[in-house]
Ligand binder design. Structure first.
Ligand code: PMP
Length: 330
């Protein structure tokens, strides 16, 4: 099949390929498919949310020509907003915790975004990157605050694009879908979108350690346990995007399990992915095992592993976090 010829960079967002994951399918005893979100122009799933948020702000008349987009982000949404902003003539100011990968910071600077780094802090702290970004937006003339956590234009991107793409790519037969939540836009949007096609699709949340959603969906209590070094996922509250998300079941996945899949997918299938993708794949294997043979499960391959060369693919960094070092890096 020939890829389409499109009139603008923005038309490169979405319509990502879907790949059958061999190792995970064998481990689960059913088909596990990965949606290649690293194939977006900003190399992550967040390009979709960025485009929908900007288009929504234009439609509401709050983002005017030459305006500024301000956002707090673990990085990928900032990269998406910066490239959408560049394509449409908007400036971007991105507030990011200084704990995120060097590669994301370098990419944002290269794209021309104004980068504001803040110390990592709990959400209750006024210095948290989300609150800092809101204040900056209020103080900047002609600026909007993208507010990806509570702006449901984010999940709308997945209701209107990711879910219908998956449905068609999988021949209108999906038994299960799972992914982790950062803002929750992907899990809620794909979940709502797929349930509209077929209410029988099982939607599972895959939660990393250190996040509170597993306990919320399992026991009704927002309670976090453990920690994770995965970037972009792990939520401690019910964001507006998560409200009403149709979660049927949930899994908790450790960094070690996620790294095992990141390592296997690289060595056995040539896919270089970030840790949230590995955690998603581990969740998809767990869901596939639960659903049984003959079933078809999809998950999200959120971003490219090239974004983490100085961390996930660096022996010293892995050792400093007490994580196993991939044998070929040791
Ligand atoms: N993986 C990565 C690498 C991300 O940057 C994000 C976005 N925060 C996610 C997963 C989670 O996506 P969402 O915000 O839609 O829950």
């Amino acid at each position: 099949m020939t890829a389409p010829a499109v009139p603008s960079t923005l038309d490169l967002i979405g319509n990502t390929p879907l790949v059958l994951l061999k190792g995970p399918s064998e481990a689960a005893g059913c088909e596990i498919w990965g949606k290649c979100e690293f194939a977006n122009p900003g190399a992550s799933v967040k390009d979709r949310a960025a485009l929908w948020i900007v288009r929504d702000a234009e439609m509401r008349g709050v983002l005017k020509p030459g305006g500024t987009i301000v956002e707090g982000t673990a990085g990928n949404t900032g990269i998406g907003l910066a490239l959408v902003g560049n394509a449409l003539g908007y400036k971007t100011i991105i507030v990011m915790p200084e704990t995120q990968s060097r590669e994301k910071m370098d990419t944002l600077r290269a794209l021309g975004a104004e980068l504001v780094l803040v110390p990592a802090a709990p959400f209750s702290n006024p210095g948290h990157f989300v609150h800092t970004s809101r204040r900056l937006a209020e103080e900047t003339d002609g600026a909007i605050w993208a507010n990806q956590f509570d702006n449901i234009a984010n999940r709308k991107a997945h209701i209107e694009s990711t879910a219908p793409e998956l449905w068609e790519q999988m021949g209108q037969r999906i038994d299960g879908f799972t992914c982790a939540a950062g803002t929750g836009g992907t899990i809620a949007g794909v979940g709502l979108g797929l349930k509209a096609f077929d209410p029988e699709v099982t939607i599972a949340l895959t939660d990393p350690h250190g996040a509170a959603l597993y306990n919320y969906y399992a026991h009704g209590e927002l309670k976090a346990e453990g920690t994770s070094v995965a970037e972009g996922i792990g939520q401690g509250r019910i964001t507006a995007n998560l409200e009403g998300a149709p979660i049927d079941t949930q899994f908790r996945i450790s960094d070690e399990e996620g790294l095992e899949w990141v390592s296997r997918l690289l060595r056995e299938e040539g896919l270089c992915l970030g840790l949230s993708s590995g955690i998603n794949v581990a969740g998809a294997v767990a869901l596939g095992r639960q659903l049984g043979s003959g079933k078809r499960v999809a998950t999200i391959l959120c971003d490219t592993g090239f974004r983490y060369l100085s961390s996930l693919w660096n022996a010293e960094w892995l050792r400093s976090k007490g994580l196993p070092v991939f044998p070929w890096l040791a």
